[in-house]
Write a protein that binds this ligand. Sequence first.
Ligand code: TAP
Length: 486
Amino acid sequence: MTIETKTKTYLNFLNGQWAASSSGEVQASLNPANSDVVGYVQMSTKEELDQAVSAAKSAQIAWRKLSGNERGNYLHKAANVLERKADEIAECMTREMGKTLPEAKGETARGVAILRYYAGEGMRKAGDVIPSTDRKALMFTSRVPLGVVGVITPWNFPVAIPIWKIAPALIYGNSVVIKPAQETAITCAKVIECFEEAGIPAGVLNLVTGSGSVIGQALTDNPDVNAITFTGSNEVGKRIGQGALARGAKYQLEMGGKNPVIVAADADLELAVEGTISGAFKSTGQKCTATSRVIVESKVYETFKEKLVAKVKEITVGDGLKEGIWMGPCANESQLKTVLSYIEKGNQEGAALLIGGKQLTGDAYEKGFFVEPTIFENVTSEMTIAQEEIFGPVIALIQVDTLLDAIEVANDVKFGLSASIYTSNIQSMLSFVEEMEAGLVRINAESAGVELQAPFGGMKQSSSHSREQGEAAKEFFTAIKTVFIK
Ligand code: TAP
């Protein structure tokens, strides 16, 4: 059954049925480009979340008994449906959270590719044979599902993040209850529809929307949820981790970043400018891997700065659905206010505003949450804008004398998600790889982005030190059983 779109009210998906919440309450999802109502989503109750978990618990018994290939066939079918509906879903994403349509289409295509990758995972190895010291025994490991997995996702990648958690959870034989960010719950509902159309058995995948403090908390606390996978802010992530730990559930947290780009004196400056702009301003800087600090060797500082500012002036800001727009709005009003408050802090603490810094107003921006792409210079490592995640289109330029200084500054934050360097010197590349405290290190490439078949995750306070995506996902979504047969 397709969700009722005429009334623009989206429902929960509970035990194979679309259902309204008994609360009778819905929340409007607003387009951040113009404040139009995109649709309404359910404000569910704790009881509904608990019902979804019970359904998932029952359904998991039969689901885990299917072969990996059989489970993979559902993912293959869901990938085909998503591919067919890609344009509609990408447009919904742009309307719900503002990223430009080409970016939304790219993310949706990524969702299709992730589903296909994990569909194949059902046919790959699920354990190892380990030589026993007893010549008459067979000893091996078997990867087994955890049970019910709770998935809590943010709004910045509303297709890719739910899929990169749901797909591995399902392929390894777990059932799922997802609570997406309210901000982008409609896009998530459309993803769930793809699984429904693929014929996923009732109860194996459930969607419950509502506030984080009610539904997210209830998912964290429910004793039948065996594992929680979370992506979002550090504040919420830590609370979820503590809750899961207290009741002995497995958990995985992917959180914030404060990602640096180092521009060495021997860098290809055109390439460095291109990578800095793409890493910092695509998705309006609302990526966990977005570039937010640019650390430049003094020998090339002025030239790099000039080239960077000239390119930033070319950025077109506006409604991401319109052609020719390169950067959309902040995802909501509170995000815009946060960005503006960091800009104010930058000014107060003595950084020099090079370009941008203001909310965009006037006809094309009326009722939207637009901010100019912003660059500060004369930033020092102890300033707030060099330490805290802004999650907006703001970069801090930091000048250093040597590469060693650059790496020291790059590491001088509590986060360790992604880091990049532009250099043509192999020794500098290797020093960076060795010294940089980050889960993703990228050379002559922007800080944002990782291929879906490679491990993804951070060091330090960016992560609970697990990894997502690729084969690495198996570590979280399965338990190892060691088998000894004599
Ligand atoms: P959060 O505010 O942390 O929200 C993330 C999710 O947690 C939402 O679904 C939210 O629900 C829910 N939540 C809120 N309070 C909760 C509670 N008490 N218990 C359980 N769940 C709760 O993050 P955000 O603003 O959506 O996303 C931006 C953050 O995500 C940034 O810090 C960014 O760096 C991070 N991020 C990290 C990564 C990786 S892979 N490291 C990738 C993308 C984003 P609501 O619907 O109520 O908001």
